[in-house]
Design a protein around this ligand. Structure first.
Ligand code: PLP
Length: 379
């Protein structure tokens, strides 16, 4: 523990991220494997994650905002950077200055970009986003046909986004693939891109032809499997360890935590951990009225959360442990025993939300980029 006594420490394994990228890339060698690093690389630190991915071989990166593109540009000067949330009004100059490519998702954006290029002669590239069934961003099929029949500039990429690929039995994915194949054929010179992480994993197992020229995995790089119930060849990336503040005993029938939501069924030993929902462990992962919540792990044994999760504290049951943790020791909240997807399931959410909620209070360190070097250490 450092002199600042953080409640918990988060370790991010850059080697595992690089390994996951190589694994996904190798699933379909005929398709480029890009990397989605929006939201600060899903909460894990784009400034550290991007160089690790670049060293592994990734050269195309996707972010949501121009501010995120700046971080990627600083970390990987030669990267190709696409900005998924498109072109805000009047922002074309800023995109060109950074050599960041907007993913144009409406006719309005296409026209503004075309006007900017015509007025300035800027050579900055852009992607076209085609909506094939998500109804979020992207030109409708009719708009896409209109724009692509007389394109005002040559797009560097045409892409669409899958809405249901995390559920392999859903028929929507094949409908989206077929529509995208038809629309993207109207821009035969532009590389095409459809698959997210789930599409990348599905395309590999089902021969579904989802790869196209470029794939855009995000969450799988960070060790979370988007397809529940179907094993994926991914390495865990994050380890979150919480310090034990105290260990205490309590009689059967005693109420634990806010609202007395959980009552002990026997004399128990509890370890009180120094993290809570303010750190990003969702309150929904607590236990109440005998309905189990999440588990932590200590020395290989699982320990159930007991009662509601507080802002800064969580109680776990260590009664069954022959050698329970002591004050100042650490317990695994996430890691090799408790995966991001396990905690997500216990919280009623998805791995994406668990990752992006990991808070700023932790001591953070990045390890394991080949030589095990620490990139930045808060510990
Ligand atoms: C976030 C996002 C991705 C990556 O999705 P994952 O499910 O994390 O792999 C790909 N494409 C678009 C358009 C996105 O918004």
């Amino acid at each position: 523990m450092s002199a600042s006594f953080p409640g918990a420490r988060l370790t991010i394994d850059l080697g595992a991220i690089a390994r996951n990228w190589r694994t996904l890339a190798a699933l379909d060698p005929s398709s480029e494997c890009a990397a989605v690093v929006k939201a600060d690389a899903y909460g894990l630190g784009a400034a550290e994650v991007v160089p690790a991915l670049r060293a592994a071989g990734a050269r195309t990166f996707f972010v949501a905002h121009l501010s995120e593109a700046r971080v990627v540009r600083a970390a990987a000067p030669d990267a190709v950077i696409y900005v998924l949330n498109g072109l805000p009004p009047g922002a074309a100059d800023a995109f060109a200055a950074l050599d960041a490519r907007p993913v144009l998702g409406s006719t309005e954006e296409v026209l503004e970009w075309a006007a900017f290029r015509a007025a300035t002669g800027a050579a900055t590239e852009a992607a076209l986003h085609l909506d094939t069934g998500m109804t979020r961003l992207g030109l409708t099929p009719d708009e896409a046909r209109a724009v692509l029949s007389r394109p005002p500039f040559r797009p560097a990429l045409v892409m669409s986004h899958l809405a249901c690929a995390d559920e392999p039995d859903r028929p929507e994915t094949e409908r989206q693939r077929a529509l995208f194949a038809e629309l993207s054929a109207l821009a035969p010179d532009a590389p095409a891109s459809l698959a997210n992480s789930a599409g990348t994993l599905l395309g590999a197992t089902s021969g579904g032809g989802l790869g196209f020229a470029l794939r855009r995995p995000g969450v799988a790089l960070y060790g979370s499997n988007p397809i529940v119930g179907r094993p994926a060849p991914l390495s865990p990336v994050v380890t979150l360890e919480a310090h034990v503040v105290q260990v205490r005993e309590a009689e059967g029938g005693t109420a634990v935590g806010y609202g007395g939501a959980e009552r002990l069924t026997r004399r128990s030993r509890l370890a009180i951990l120094s993290l809570g929902y303010a750190d990003g462990v969702f309150r929904a992962a607590g236990s109440a009225d005998g309905a189990p919540g999440a588990v932590a792990a200590f020395n290989g044994a699982f320990c159930a959360y007991v009662g509601r999760i507080s802002m800064d504290l969580i109680a776990i049951d260590v009664t069954a442990l022959p050698d329970p943790p002591r004050r100042g020791e650490v317990v695994e909240i996430l890691g090799p025993r408790v995966t991001v997807d396990d905690l997500a399931r216990a919280s009623g959410t998805i791995g994406y939300e668990v990752l992006t909620a990991l808070g700023p209070r932790f001591a953070r360190r990045h390890v394991g980029c080949g030589d095990g070097a620490l990139f930045r250490s808060g510990i």
